[in-house]
Design a protein around this ligand. Sequence first.
Ligand code: SF4
Length: 687
Amino acid sequence: AAMRETRTKKTKTVCTFCGVGCTFEVWTKGREILKIQPSDGPVNAVSTCVKGKFGWDFVNSEERLTKPLIRKNGQFVESSWEEALTLVAQRLGEIKSQYGKDSVGLISSSKITNEENYLIQKLARQVFETNNVDNCSRYCQSPATDGLMRTVGMGGDAGTIKDIAQAGLVIIVGANPAEGHPVLATRVKRAHKLHGQKLIVSDVRKNEMAERSDLFIRPKQGTDQVWLMAVTRYMIQQGWHDQGFIDENVKFFSEYKDILEKYTLEYAENITGISKETLIAIAEMIRDADGTCILWGMGVTQNNGGSDTSAAISNLLLATGNYRRPGAGAYPLRGHNNVQGACDMGTLPGWLPGYQHVEDDEARAKFEAAYGVPIDNKPGLDNINMLQSISEGKMKAMYLVGEDMALVDADSNHVDKVLSELDFFVVQDIFFSRTAQYADVILPAAPSLEKDGTFTNTERRVQRLYQALPNLGDSKPDWWIVQEIAKRLGADWGYQHPSEIFAEMASLSPIFAKANYETLEGWNSFLWGSHDGESTPLLYEDGFNFPDKKARFALSDWVEPYSFAEEFDLHINNGRMLEHFHEGNLTNKSKGIQAKVPEIFVEVSPELAEERGLEDGALVRLISPFGAVKLNALVTDRVQKNELFLPMNSVNKESAINFLTGPIYDSRTNTPAYKQTKVRMEVLSNK
Ligand code: SF4
């Protein structure tokens, strides 16, 4: 071993942070990471961003969990794997037999591999015989998936990241890719600068892409759907839509036109605050562009109309013939590196692996034969319903993997209370998360650098990662842990390597039929999409994903955002910072990143600062109907008027956004409407 530690090892890996899916060679010596070398990857070639380049030393953090922990008399005590796994299996098994199969819920992670996600849904469906399994896309991307499923029949990006660069016009709605998806943003920036690509940004906050855009609009919070529908209506009225494309490809056009009737330019101006002239300018830009791609993120999805706004985006693209070719189509921007994969693998209450619905008798029969148990033909509970079920005393146990629910879910004060009511709670993670304080057993998992597997990026690209480092202490890959729990509950799966798990998943999922570890070797990759199982860079070339191959206009009206009492007069937005990743659980533990980042702050507009007599750096308290936080203000014109912005990377009760957010949800998917939060502000002291 001593010999080995003196040698430099180079291992291909896939970035553990965002959904762009950059790949690199990681140079290691023992457990030391010497260098991250982008190489030949199909996504990023020689690029990386600050997180991908400097964000990895969390794997050697002293705070890593390295032993199973069991709560004994209120204290966490280190244990052997044998003791912890036996306890987990015994308690979960007892609860299932005592309270029934729906008394257990499983929550999977968008940070673990596809193979691990597959096993978690298999554990739910085969061992616990429940569809109560969900993943963190419930907090971000479920509305995008829903809007696409209803219109074009698949929940993934229409094409590849390279296709976006070919578009004549890119419209970014409610997303901040320069900070959230940096390498993808670089492609758009380059196309914009060098190839005449046009860029429209719609956001309440002036982010970096907005600064570069040809047209920047700031609709009132929660009103994107209105301008999207008004632009669609106007284009149809002017004859700028693509009637030929619609006739050949899309159903319910006349029904959609009826719904659009009220979305006049005047109505939209009134609701959104965007002038008629600007709306016409958007329509003209779409008309004149050789291909339009629309990219969107959580500024759209985390609203009570998140799904319907996603559908309105897809409707606009359908009406203007912007599908089925490169440089056009819908591109939801996936957050975590494997949020796409977690959904693809069926850690969703209504979907089996490969987007086969639990209500589909044929699909269910196939899984029933493979798993040897009946599968419920009704969707199970999602994350939000699970909390509800716990508070009603029905769900008694939860197995949560790689997700910090007590920080990430909305209304943290409520989540804290509910989690403490569980009879038995297993948390599996690489760090002691905020949620872990409520656990009965904590299982130490391994980060991506310590395991084999695959991740799937935002463009549906499956890529292989190889183990670069040995497991730290007694930590273990998630797939190993899940398999050991299953074994103790009577299911002896016997997988020796993730490749066998992938093969089983592919044999049950037509869209992955031709993918395997040989085809994914090295820098190769596979994009799911077509039912014959071939790699499919461009979706819908052979028609849309419905039996009749036709897309559908989704027939939904706009619903007004949640309304708050008048005293809550300031809207508070939240989002990512370039250097940090999401709630900051990984990047807060990376010294390379910590050195570059300022403290957490709330952004306040110059107008508001003046009105309230607040100086840059002042200490403020923000109070919502659901909680309060206290932190310093940063006066900046990135926000305007009564808009505040709070980065989401705090793990601290004093400043974390979810101590302000409330139980307001997207109507179709139960995704929390984080973006619809209002507060009042007290200035505690000026600097
Ligand atoms: Fe990683 Fe995303 Fe940065 Fe690429 S853009 S290096 S995937 S964080």
